[in-house]
Design a binder for this molecule. Structure first.
Ligand code: SF4
Ligand code: SF4
Length: 324
């Protein structure tokens, strides 16, 4: 797609990056078929191709409006559209740039600003867990609409105690430990079952996605650098096989650290190494499956009538595989 950048964007690195992405788009619209917001709303401007046009127009000098901002806000940044694009358009990178330049020109109403501020500062905050616990304590008294947003309390379960020579790092995340603490412990137990120790450096926190996608890109990148600082001594020392993610939003963000910090001379190299080491748990499962089967004394894909007594990981494994 030919794009004539307005002079104010031609001089900026993100303008040039956006132009390179736009040039790959051939308007075919295959991406709309896999876009959840297009399927839900049926408006071309709420699909990837329409949003790409909106961003192109702004980059060429058109004045963005509240409507432009709304169509970009409605994008879930799920990047499902990238999976069907025959031209390899990096829509996720483009929409980050688009949101930034539109927000520079279109002021948001006060209430919306306050809500976005509360989300970006509150969700990754250490106060989020106590706030969820307080909500759970009075859950029965809350209006139905709020009750639905406060999950019932669930036990985290036991964290495995055995040390192993094989090690992975894991990002605990900001929301998951408060709302679904059992996911992290189940992940650690599955890895323990196959002889891998999970290490969670306490200094690592939010992956940065919450702030970054609420257009506090500097705040998000500060969190990314903090995570790199927390992980780097262990990575540098060697022996870390992977940085495991079990929340897809966090995983996709950490895999982007290398791209997002590419212009940061101090962090670019380490960020690229961190991204290269990052794996969603589901990416590790094919290699782990034989070990887990062995740990469970070899049940097969048929449902076993009895489970071996020494299989202490069955619940964790059951969440991941149908063989148990
Ligand atoms: S990222 Fe997701 S919601 Fe946004 S345009 Fe692509 S498919 Fe649609
Ligand atoms: S599928 Fe790719 S090339 Fe086709 S319109 Fe969508 S982004 Fe552009």
């Amino acid at each position: 797609m030919q794009t004539q950048l307005a002079p104010e964007y031609a001089a900026r690195p993100e303008g040039r990056e956006a132009e390179a992405i736009l040039r790959k788009c051939v308007h075919c619209g295959f991406c709309t078929a896999t876009c959840p917001t297009y399927q839900l709303l049926g408006d071309e401007l709420d699909g990837p191709r329409g949003r790409i046009y909106l961003i192109k127009q702004v980059l060429e000098g058109a004045e963005p409006t509240r409507a432009t901002q709304l169509h970009l806000d409605r994008c879930l940044t799920c990047r499902n559209c990238e999976s069907t694009c025959p031209s390899g358009v990096q829509y996720g990178h483009l929409v980050d740039i688009g949101r930034k330049i539109v927000d520079e020109k279109v002021p948001r109403p006060l209430g919306e600003k306050a809500l976005r501020w509360a989300l970006k500062e509150g969700v990754p905050s250490p106060l989020f867990t106590p706030a969820i616990k307080a909500g759970q304590a009075v859950r029965g008294l809350l209006p139905a609409s709020l009750q639905a947003k406060v999950p019932t309390p669930r036990a985290a379960g036991a964290w495995p105690a055995r040390p192993h020579a094989r090690k992975v790092l894991m990002l605990a995340g900001c929301v998951q430990p408060a709302m679904m603490p059992n996911i992290n412990t189940a992940t650690a137990r599955v890895l323990d079952a196959v002889g891998i120790e999970t290490v969670v450096p306490p200094q690592a926190g939010c992956c940065g996605a919450v702030k970054f996608h609420l257009n506090d890109q500097d705040g998000g990148m500060a969190q990314m650098r903090a995570n790199i600082d927390a992980w780097w001594p262990l990575v540098e020392a060697g022996g870390v096989e992977a940085i495991v993610m079990n929340a897809s939003g966090c995983g996709v963000t950490v895999k982007e650290y290398g791209h997002l910090l590419t212009h940061d001379a101090q962090y670019a190299e380490r960020a690229a190494r961190i991204s290269a080491l990052t794996r969603d748990l589901s990416e590790l499962l094919p290699d782990l499956l034989p070990g887990c089967r062995a740990a469970c004394s070899g049940p097969t894909r048929s449902t076993p009538t009895t489970r071996p007594a020494r299989c202490s990981t069955a619940r964790s494994c059951a969440a991941a595989w149908s063989c148990i």
